[in-house]
Design a protein around this ligand. Structure first.
Ligand code: 8YV
Length: 312
């Protein structure tokens, strides 16, 4: 067993690159690490990780010489960072290279859900167009008041795009940003009360668990659309489903879910939700850039240099 272990549902080209550059064997998921013989586990110095759950202290303790975890993705909520730090393990991620794709997708979801594009396409494919009245009128997206929950790197790109759609920009973040003309809120309920629609762009993990609560959803109201390209854990999903089923929220554009890759079946049945299988960063260009950044972090750390994009 080599010193680098690739773990996660990687694309073939990344498995190949990790094998060629680091002689890294590949496991489909972190739950398989326990099956490796102890002597092989002891050789692992670095994990090249891709995934959305399962890298806690128990897995780390199976790898006594683990020093680096390089995450394929900007969000690292799958990794127990305090546990890694306590064990002297450096964690890295892949920020920035995916901002454009994720922001593009957020706007696409907002427009698609506001205009009910998927339902309209289905209606047309089912042959209704030539048969009778035109497709029901939907709601305009340009010029709305939109709240961006989290004005980090991705949130900023989303807000810039919303500005191009003549939207009034409101945002929630810990500190006020240098963004003249945009409205800062310190509480998600206040943000939701001030806007028509909301886009979630905060990090996942314990600090944002359930931040979009039943109260936030109620404050947005029956004309509001919520878009989530961040993490399913940020929304109270029961409250969201209830509001969508009962017309207390107009719609939702969702790329992430609590139960992914097997979301709650009630979500799959919602006509007013536009849903995607966590594809925010899923373009050839961006995934190539993410892979390259992950491998640069890995190379630098193994060479004894500081990481390019460390997390802890
Ligand atoms: C995933 C993401 O990393 O970067 C993130 O935080 O959620 C995605 O880009 C990607 O889907 C690989 O799992």
């Amino acid at each position: 067993m080599a010193e680098v272990l690739a773990v996660g549902p990687y694309a073939e080209r990344d498995i190949k690159a990790l094998r060629e550059q680091f002689a890294a064997p590949h496991l489909a998921g972190p739950e398989l690490i326990a099956d490796l013989p102890e002597a092989e586990r002891a050789k692992v110095v670095a994990l090249a990780f891709l995934g959305h759950k399962g890298l806690g202290s128990q897995v780390m303790d199976l790898l006594p010489n683990l020093r680096f975890i390089t995450n394929f993705g900007v969000g690292f909520d799958a990794i127990d960072i305090p546990a890694a730090t306590a064990r002297g393990i450096t964690v890295t991620n892949t920020p920035d290279v995916l901002n454009d794709d994720v922001a593009d997708l957020a706007l696409a979801l907002l427009i698609a859900d506001s205009r009910r594009m998927n339902a309209a396409e289905r209606w047309m494919r089912e042959g209704h167009w030539a048969k009778g009245p035109e497709y029901p009128l939907q709601r305009k997206m340009s010029g709305r008041k939109v709240g961006v929950l989290g004005l980090g790197r991705i949130g900023r790109e989303i807000a810039d795009r919303l500005a191009a759609f003549k939207c009034e920009i409101h945002y929630f973040s810990r500190s006020e940003k240098q963004t003249p003309g945009w409205h800062w809120h310190t509480d998600p309920v206040a943000l939701a009360s001030a806007v028509d629609d909301m886009v979630i762009a905060v990090v996942g993990g314990p600090e944002t668990e359930g931040l979009v609560s039943a109260e936030v959803i109620a404050a947005l109201g029956p004309d509001g659309v919520i878009v989530n390209i961040a993490r399913g854990s940020v929304i109270d999903e029961e409250a969201l489903i209830d509001a969508l089923q009962n017309g207390r929220l107009r719609g939702a554009g969702l790329d992430v879910f609590r139960g992914e890759p097997a979301p709650d079946p009630r979500i799959l049945a919602l006509e007013n939700a536009t849903i995607l299988p966590h594809v925010g960063s899923a373009t050839l260009e961006t995934r190539a850039a993410m892979g390259e950044l992950q491998r640069r972090n890995l190379r630098d750390l193994l060479d004894g240099k500081p990481a390019v994009t460390p997390v802890n």
